[in-house]
Design a protein around this ligand. Structure first.
Ligand code: SF4
Ligand code: FES
Length: 248
């Protein structure tokens, strides 16, 4: 395939940024989207030009680092698929593809397609942990966990913290991410001791970082590569209300 790429280029956070057009030639069906960009970058480097900056790490859908808005949709719009899992077989010869960074005030652009998502780290630092007395590892059966709670906690824990939910939301809300991180601990017996403080602190930090409010459009669930359910937002709202009523 030969493709035309319209790529967002921005030197730094102060630069206004603009789209630039590149030709991607002899792209193979089996290439991943990021491999296609690697090849384009090799051409740029060979010509002495600045390669396109973009984030990636694991390239197998588990780390949450890749973060491209492809043709207007975070991760490209294929259900349960992160950018690094997207293959070029979904495109056809002659296509024009636009590639942009996540766009949200709380995720400032560092360069080109790279954004600073450390706001998510600060939300985790506010309460996304359990405090334990370290010592010998307890027996696996010492704390019984109901199967339904274990399953729901695992579903929530599959959030990879990519930020696509924020990037797609018209309010740039981080509720799906925060709800997943609150719920995966609040659902388990080991996480219940700090349940109220956790939800209050993490929601407070989310607001302080400048993320918007949730108006339940459901766009976050639609683009989430781990298909985190909106029902976790409802659960977090219940936990939040209960903590407020207790006057924690
Ligand atoms: S909820 Fe989904 S889209 Fe949002 S950060 Fe987690 S994995 Fe990414
Ligand atoms: S690079 Fe790790 S999830 Fe895409």
């Amino acid at each position: 395939m030969n493709l035309t790429l319209k790529v967002w280029r921005q030197r730094n956070s102060k630069d206004a940024g603009r789209f630039e057009t590149y030709e991607a030639k002899d792209v193979l069906d089996d290439m991943s989207f990021l491999e296609m960009l690697d090849v384009v970058n090799e051409g740029l480097i060979a010509r002495g030009e600045d390669p396109i900056a973009f984030d990636s790490d694991c390239r197998e859908g588990i780390c949450g680092t890749c973060s491209l808005v492809i043709n207007g949709v975070p991760h490209g719009g294929h259900r349960g698929t992160a950018t690094c899992q997207l293959h070029m077989r979904h495109f056809k010869d002659g296509d024009t593809i636009t590639i942009e960074p996540w766009r949200a005030r709380a995720f400032p652009i560092v360069k080109d397609l790279v954004t600073n998502r450390s706001a998510f780290d600060r939300i985790i630092q506010a309460g996304g942990f359990i405090s334990v007395s370290t010592g010998g590892a307890p027996d696996g059966n010492a704390v019984p966990v109901p199967k339904t709670s274990a399953d729901a906690a695992m579903d929530a824990a599959s959030c990879i913290g990519c930020g696509a939910c924020v990037a797609v939301c018209k309010n740039a809300s981080a509720m799906l991410f925060v709800a997943a991180k609150v719920s995966h601990l609040n659902l388990l017996p080991q996480g219940k001791a700090e349940k109220d403080r956790r939800v209050l602190h993490m929601v407070r930090q989310m607001d302080a970082e400048g993320f918007g409010s949730c108006t339940v459009t459901g766009s976050c669930e639609a683009v989430c590569p781990k298909e985190i359910s909106l029902s976790f937002i409802a659960k977090m709202n219940r936990d939040y209300g209960a903590a407020l009523l207790k006057g924690v």
